[in-house]
Design a protein around this ligand. Structure first.
Ligand SMILES: C[S@@+](CC[C@H](N)C(=O)[O-])C[C@H]1O[C@@H](n2cnc3c(N)ncnc32)[C@H](O)[C@@H]1O
Length: 190
């Protein structure tokens, strides 16, 4: 919690949150995914790993999993909490190169913790292009938004970008047991 707050104070836009997400939100991020169809899963912006245990509990045996975290301190926390997870201290903007270096063609499921509503329109578009280029047809993409952020211009813009980018976009119920309350966008690529 204090790690998060100090990261937020130093890098408010990239961190986008004052506290890690709750286990209730983590469940909502993973419970809708057809995990039998997932051979490769990536977590984007895992922070200190709030969603990682729920992902690890859902992955089928043999599925590949990697986590991409920009913040070096968070990436180090991930590496010590989850030594068996391939955690990369890099930007999601580099996902093409990250996949090429590992011989990964496509990602079937992305559990995304990026703070989209804090990003500029340009960064939202650039990162979404990177996501779509590597997500398999029919692939799952889950990301969360804070309730209050949906009223702000960047939140409205991001909701529109999701609708323009995916074949289907659904909104989960609101998770009130999260600080602040949040919901999940559940998207499938055509
Ligand atoms: C809102 S926090 C969410 C952290 C965690 N998933 C959670 O829910 O508690 C956003 C995370 O995305 C990371 N992040 C921001 N921009 C990124 C980028 N371009 N590539 C990878 N990670 C990024 C931040 O460092 C931070 O850990």
């Amino acid at each position: 919690m204090t790690r998060f707050l100090s990261a937020f104070l130093r890098h408010p836009i990239a961190t986008g949150a004052i506290a890690p997400s709750s286990a209730h939100l983590a469940r909502e991020m993973v419970c809708w995914v057809d995990w039998n169809s997932v051979n490769v899963c990536a977590e984007f912006g895992p922070g200190t790993g709030a969603f990682t245990p729920a992902i690890l509990a859902s992955l089928r045996p043999g599925a590949r999993f990697l986590a991409v975290e920009l913040n070096a301190q968070f990436a180090a926390t991930m590496a010590s909490r989850f030594p068996h997870v391939e955690t990369l201290c890099r930007s999601v903007a580099e996902i093409d190169a990250i996949c090429d270096e590992r011989g990964i063609q496509q990602i079937d499921c992305i559990i995304c913790g990026l703070p989209w509503a804090a990003f500029s329109a340009e960064l939202q578009h650039d990162l979404m292009r990177a996501v779509l280029a590597r997500l398999s047809a029919g692939g799952h993409f889950a990301t969360f938004a804070y309730l209050q952020g949906t009223l702000l211009p960047a939140g409205v813009r991001f909701a529109r970008l999701l609708r323009d980018s995916f074949g289907s976009v659904e909104r989960s119920r609101t998770i009130w047991r999260n600080l602040p309350p949040a919901f999940v966008y559940r998207c499938r690529k055509l």
